[in-house]
Design a binder for this molecule. Structure first.
Ligand SMILES: O=C(O)[C@H](O)[C@@H](O)[C@H](O)[C@H](O)COP(=O)(O)O
Length: 244
C-alpha cells in the first residue's frame, strides 16, 4: 500500500519542530502500548537539530518509555567518532543521552575510528539492520536538501539505483563532508511512516518537485521516492511550502 502524501504546514521552523516532536512522542507511546519496541530512523541537519531539542524538552513527560525505543540513522557522515559532523553525535548531545535510551538500542553507523572505509561501515550497518530491525521501522524521518536529496541519496548518483543492498557508501558528496554512509531506497521503504522535515525558502523548489512526481524523476529529485507503508507526511514551514 502506498498512500498519497499528507502535507502539514506550520508557521515557521520552531512550530514545525514542536509539532514533529509531539507527533513522534505520541507515535512512540502508541507503538509501545501495542507491545512494540518502536524503531525510529533519525536524520541529520539543521531541522533535525530543532526537532531533537523539542524531543528533549517534551520527552520527559513519562508518555514514552525511552528504554523501549530503538534509534537508527538514515545516513551518517564517515568521519571520526568525536567529530562535530557526526549525525549520531548531534542527536546524542541533543536528546539521546538526556532521555536515557540504552546504548544497545542506539544503532550508530561505524566511524572512521572503528573501520577503514565507508564501504565497511555500510556492510556492518546492513548486518545490524538485518539482526535488530528485521521488521523495519515505525517512523523514518528525512530532511531534504535544496537539490532534492534525502539521507545521502543525491541527484544523479549511482546509489539511487541500488536495489539489493540496504546500506551503501557515498563518496564525493556535494554536501560536505564528502564520505558518507546511507540507507538505500529499499531500506527506507521498510517503514510504517515516512516523515519529511523541511524548513526554509531554499527548499521550496525541491518540495514542489517532490510532491509532483510526474514532473520529475527520482534521479533529479530523490525526495520524490520514499513512502511509508501506511503513511507519508511532509512537515513543512510556510517558506518551504511557498511553491506548492
Ligand atoms: O547528514 C545529512 O547531511 C543529512 O541527513 C541530510 O540528508 C540532511 O537531512 C539534509 O541535507 C537537510 O539538512 P538541513 O535540514 O540542514 O538543510
Amino acid at each position: 500500500m502506498t498512500t498519497e502524501p499528507l502535507i502539514e504546514v506550520h508557521d515557521d521552523a520552531a512550530a514545525l519542530a514542536t509539532a514533529v516532536a509531539g507527533e513522534l512522542l505520541a507515535r512512540l507511546a502508541d507503538s509501545q502500548s501495542a507491545g512494540r519496541v518502536p524503531a525510529v530512523v533519525l536524520t541529520g541537519g539543521s531541522i533535525a537539530d530543532a526537532v531533537h531539542a523539542e524531543v528533549a524538552r517534551l520527552g520527559t513527560s513519562g508518555e514514552v518509555d525511552w528504554t523501549r525505543v530503538a534509534l537508527w540513522w538514515g545516513d551518517e557522515r564517515f568521519v571520526a567518532a568525536g567529530s562535530d559532523d557526526r549525525n549520531a553525535g548531534q542527536a546524542r548531545a541533543a536528546f539521546i543521552d538526556a532521555l536515557g535510551v540504552p546504548t544497545e538500542h542506539v544503532h550508530e553507523v561505524a566511524s572512521s575510528d572503528d573501520v577503514d572505509s565507508a564501504e565497511e561501515a555500510a556492510e556492518r550497518y546492513a548486518a545490524a539492520l538485518a539482526e535488530h530491525a528485521p521488521e523495519g521501522f515505525e517512523v523514518v524521518m528525512l530532511g531534504v536538501g535544496p537539490d532534492g536529496h534525502v539521507a545521502s541519496l543525491f541527484p544523479g548518483f549511482d546509489q539511487l539505483d541500488e536495489q539489493g543492498r540496504a546500506v551503501v557508501a557515498v563518496h564525493d558528496s556535494p554536501k560536505p563532508p564528502p564520505d558518507r554512509v546511507t540507507l538505500t531506497f529499499p531500506a527506507l521503504a521498510q517503514t510504517r511512516s515516512t516523515w519529511f522535515l523541511v524548513s526554509g525558502e531554499a527548499k521550496a523548489d525541491a518540495v514542489a518537485r517532490a510532491l509532483s512526481p510526474t514532473s520529475t524523476t527520482p534521479a533529479e529529485t530523490p525526495a520524490s521516492v520514499p513512502r511509508g507503508r501506511v503513511e507519508t507526511t511532509w512537515f513543512l514551514d510556510r517558506p518551504a511550502a511557498s511553491r506548492l
